[in-house]
Write a protein that binds this ligand. Structure first.
Ligand SMILES: C[S@@+](CC[C@H](N)C(=O)[O-])C[C@H]1O[C@@H](n2cnc3c(N)ncnc32)[C@H](O)[C@@H]1O
Length: 261
């Protein structure tokens, strides 16, 4: 992740300044007083985290990056209408299950998992880039959700700011039902235009094989990997089942733990 600075929107209030100062300390990133100036007047760093009344926005050269549920709300609506979701199917996810999202990003998949597993379930989302984890964690709490069920679904997700391998190593055998990975695709899907702000700031390292070994030790039901349809990653990492839409560029590989033990 590139270095960045923190400031507030131009209309500064004591509350916004306090939040920006707190985040600057928490993330160990310099705070610059906005003083009613434009961003280019206060810094020449193109990466700026702006604290506004509604949300946190990370300015990057490829555009603004902020929390948004993306496809999660539509996927949840589809599930409510009895349609299937390939991630949920690959994970064989049910109410009451526990789910670790090892690559949280902006948390769309974690939201879907939290909706399916419900109040009795547990969803932990791990993100190694602290500013992404922060945007998502705050977004889960601050986003104007359309209803109480979505608000609770988002609030129920526990966010961890760390590398997933470090976290997985601390967990006991068979302690979560599903361990899920959605790393940045090794070869980005060509229809996506330009570099997305996420690609510019995320951890784009290839999956570490050790994380899969740990995931197989921890999972009770399934380990799931999202990748492009014909990705050699599935074979390299030992995913022997595949689920995906006929016309979709990506899909989900899974390892069924019951078949392995
Ligand atoms: C493709 S995005 C995930 C998108 C997410 N599934 C969603 O629904 O929004 C991949 C995310 O995983 C994070 N990541 C990559 N390697 C990681 C690791 N070893 N530990 C934790 N997070 C990681 C990246 O920084 C990035 O934010």
């Amino acid at each position: 992740m590139k270095d960045f600075i923190i400031t507030t929107s131009q209309s500064l209030t004591p509350d916004l300044e306090n939040t920006a100062l707190k985040l600057s300390e928490e993330l160990n990133v310099p705070y610059i007083n906005r003083n009613k100036k434009s961003l280019t007047q206060i810094t020449n760093n193109p990466f700026v985290l702006v604290v506004t009344r509604q949300k946190l926005i990370l300015k990057t050269p490829s555009g603004d990056f902020f929390f948004h549920p993306n496809m999660a709300q539509l996927r949840i609506k589809n599930l409510r209408e009895g349609k299937k979701d390939f991630m949920v199917e690959a994970a064989a996810l049910k109410k009451g299950d526990s789910f670790i999202d090892c690559t949280l990003g902006l948390g769309s998949d974690a939201l879907v998992a939290s909706y399916v597993t419900g109040r009795e379930g547990e969803v932990v989302g791990i993100e190694s880039i602290p500013v992404i984890a922060l945007l998502t964690e705050m977004g889960f709490l601050q986003y104007p959700w359309p209803n109480e069920r979505m608000r609770i679904t988002a609030k129920h997700i526990k966010v961890m700011r760390m590398n997933h391998l470090e976290f997985l190593r601390t967990l006991p055998d068979r302690s979560f039902d599903v361990v899920y990975f959605d790393p940045m695709f090794r070869i980005p899907i060509s229809t996506s235009k330009g570099i997305s702000p996420l690609r510019e700031i995320c951890d784009a390292n290839p999956m570490n094989f050790e994380a899969i070994i740990e995931a197989k030790r921890i999972a009770r039901k399934r380990v799931v990997l999202k990748e492009t349809r014909y990705s050699p990653e599935f074979e390299r990492l030992g995913f022997d089942h595949f689920i995906g839409g006929t016309y979709s560029d990506f899909g989900y590989g899974y390892i069924s733990i019951k078949e392995e033990i």
